[in-house]
Design a protein around this ligand. Structure first.
Ligand code: SF4
Ligand code: SF4
Length: 84
């Protein structure tokens, strides 16, 4: 079971703010670390303009494989959906 938690250290490592799909709306709401179970899908409208999760240390540390958590929901939610 994949579980990324919203900790200060994970928030610091998250690189969502550098992503082409990251929006002004998300910045204003101070939201990132979408792969974490406490965060998940963004409350802002998002377009798929690329996802840089693949180069993020959190993705590597937790053996995550998907990406676009801001659109698809947290890593845990995705895992439950695909019934892993
Ligand atoms: S894997 Fe993606 S959503 Fe999760 S911390 Fe890294 S950049 Fe943010
Ligand atoms: S989850 Fe992926 S697509 Fe969404 S903002 Fe973070 S890096 Fe970009």
């Amino acid at each position: 079971m994949i579980k990324v938690e919203k900790t200060q250290s994970s928030l610091k490592k998250c690189i969502c703010e550098k992503c082409p799909s990251y929006t002004k709306c998300s910045k204003e709401k101070n939201e990132k670390l979408f792969c974490a179970k406490e965060v998940g899908k963004s409350s802002c409208e998002k377009e798929m303009n690329g996802c840089i999760c693949g180069t993020c240390p959190i993705q590597k540390e937790n053996f995550l494989l998907v990406g676009y958590y801001c659109i698809n929901g947290s890593a845990e939610e995705i895992e439950n959906k695909i019934g892993k």
